[in-house]
Design a protein around this ligand. Sequence first.
Ligand SMILES: Nc1nc2c(c(=O)[nH]1)N[C@H]1C(S)=C(S)[C@@H](COP(=O)(O)OP(=O)(O)OC[C@H]3O[C@@H](n4cnc5c(=O)[nH]c(N)nc54)[C@H](O)[C@@H]3O)O[C@H]1N2
Ligand SMILES: Nc1nc2c(c(=O)[nH]1)N[C@H]1C(S)=C(S)[C@@H](COP(=O)(O)OP(=O)(O)OC[C@H]3O[C@@H](n4cnc5c(=O)[nH]c(N)nc54)[C@H](O)[C@@H]3O)O[C@H]1N2
Ligand SMILES: [Mo]
Length: 690
Amino acid sequence: MMKIFNNVCPRDCYGSCRMQISVKDGRMVQITGDKNDPYTRGTLCAKGYAYLAQEYSAERVIYPLKQIGKGSGNWTRISWEQALTEIAQKLITIKEEEKSLLPVCLDKYLGNTGLLSRAIEGFFRSMGYITFMVGSPCDSAGMDALLLNYGSCKKPHPEDMAHSKLILIWGANPAWTAPQQMRYVYEAKTQGGKVVVIDPYLTATAARSDVYVQIKPGMDGFLALGMAKVIVEEGLVDYNFIHNFTYGWEQFLQYLEKFDLEETARRTGISEHQIREIARLYAKSKPASIWLGFGAQHNPSGTQNYRAIDALSALTGNIGIPGGNVHYTSQEATAFTGIFEKIPVPDGSQGLVDKNGLYSHRKIGTGRFSELQEAEPPVRFLWVAGRNPVAQDPDSSRVEEVLQAMETVVVADTTLTATAKFADYFLPVSTFFEYEDVVISNWHYGVAVNEKTLEAPGECKPDYVIMQELAATLNTLSPGFSTFPSERDAGYWLDLEMKDLYQRLEISHYKQLSGRYVRLDLPVVPWQDRIFLTPSGKYEFYAEAAVQYNLSPLPIPALPTQPSTSYPLNLLSVRSYAALNSQFGDLLNLLEPGGNHLLLNPITAKASGIEEGNEACVYNWLGEIRLPVYCSVTIPPDLAVVHIGSYPAYGNELNRLVALQETDLGALSSETNGLSFKNCFVSIGKVQKI
Ligand SMILES: Nc1nc2c(c(=O)[nH]1)N[C@H]1C(S)=C(S)[C@@H](COP(=O)(O)OP(=O)(O)OC[C@H]3O[C@@H](n4cnc5c(=O)[nH]c(N)nc54)[C@H](O)[C@@H]3O)O[C@H]1N2
Ligand SMILES: Nc1nc2c(c(=O)[nH]1)N[C@H]1C(S)=C(S)[C@@H](COP(=O)(O)OP(=O)(O)OC[C@H]3O[C@@H](n4cnc5c(=O)[nH]c(N)nc54)[C@H](O)[C@@H]3O)O[C@H]1N2
Ligand SMILES: [Mo]
């Protein structure tokens, strides 16, 4: 008999798409989008449908494994009891030897955005003060721009984009990364709205736009300031908004007066004529919205660039009105009770001594792997969950070196990822189809129950169960080692985690969300009262708070790194429609046979003597990778574009070429600055066949 279950995709993505899964004889046989979901309206992306293949993929590891010799591939199947006992003994030994657990570190991110994933952090707090890798590899530079300008990361509901007369898509490629949102972009177009895309190469979204603006990477702040100057010169400023609701206008104006448009045209690669044209289009098409992607903030001046872009919304009074505003990510949707955050450390725990003489956890910025070794005491034990740092963090080779030298590395995942190759223990986790959870979208605020749909294969367990069982093992071997409760079920945790939200969601138990669409009651249009959460209470063109981070209070970007004669090409890593970061490798290989490509302008390929279809060696001072070349005139000659994804050939990680370089800010929202993945320069050469 066929049974239908309701699931929700928990990937770190825009849609948090609801799915309906047909199950026959305990096996998933079909996936469809949920037509009752008012945001996605039943559409899924290619990856959503690919879960069917992924769930039953031969790559999936379903038993705990131990590797003798990291990176050796010498894996043996072991029992859960052996895995958890050996891991527990390591933790107990570290505490005995070092009198604290600071040498124990957790590297976790949003591999699974479901609420129960937070049990992992909860468990690590339950043992005492440890080291956490903190911050975001994703969105923090852009968030801090919003914090400085508006005082909070608020955004409109994405459906509001349909009301815009102009949508400026700035460094985002939703046709691939947020396909469901394209419906709202097209709705705006049907009502006469225009779409402008600003991107260094002609993306699938740019191909569907009315105006495409080809910008040199990292020059976005300069373009925005150039547009601001035109808006002022041509009398298109909303002075009512400026005088009533902004702070620092005079200083900003003075800066713009000196700002040189000719130089801006040279820097950005966009003619003065086109800068004027898009400035006019934006300022005259009220309401106009700006969609800030993540692409342009992975850049050394990411925060200042985004502050300059935000300033356009204030200049034209496009704030607090339907169809206007800036769409970025929201901090509001993560307003949870955070029960896992309240798990106490055991009495008598020692840790880092903070400025008040109290013990605390130690924090190391995400991606800063060398610091795990350099810290005092150094990290000896690393647990990686919901992350694939060898593939996704800067300087993959350095990440591998640190993992190789680490005393104990545990990776909890579904397959042997690039990171798992450097683990001592691999723990097989259940996929989201295999246990109940709740997922909240921080894009459209939907709150959805993910039903348990399948039995886990082999011995896979959800992360929260692994943490509970590890807590129990620890407490058997060393009573009182962990305060984490064991033997609770998903329902217990979800009820506790959701309790404070019930009233807001008008439910009395999370199970009532099943099969229903409920969303957080956040306003569709933010800032309608125009009371900003900045120190001045106004939109701040001039943010004094920036000074303590060595930034100009005005949104003045620094010039980005320029290509050199040794490394003349800027390597832009962008997202593929067929992958989610390093995940869905099978799909990528199916849809793009031969794996990933290096996209080059035909002129660039020819100059290096590389023919289309042949492999190129892509290298810089950090390392080299090899990729088949695909030529397209949509790529400018000084750019190389590569899709982020899993690389079939071992060692061919794209981030081997990406240096660890911080963004100008990120620490305001995320405890540490962001990462400049897009600021990457390489050279290419022909692969000689011997
Ligand atoms: N299919 C798919 N969807 C995804 C993901 C995925 O891996 N695959 N990942 C999810 C995650 S984690 C994220 S963060 C989002 C990312 O979503 P997006 O921000 O839409 O994706 P990116 O490809 O990182 O970058 C978007 C665009 O920025 C451009 N760009 C790069 N540098 C610059 C610059 O200096 N200036 C300008 N103007 N543009 C620039 C790139 O060329 C690219 O086209 O997508 C989410 N959705
Ligand atoms: N060059 C370059 N690098 C980048 C970027 C870029 O633009 N260019 N973008 C950056 C961005 S925006 C982001 S968000 C990061 C993403 O970096 P990561 O979050 O490290 O990337 P993912 O590949 O999504 O890895 C998530 C891992 O979690 C696993 N996972 C899934 N579900 C579960 C679960 O329930 N439990 C456990 N334990 N594991 C699970 C997946 O199998 C996968 O291996 O990458 C960054 N890296
Ligand atoms: Mo991301």
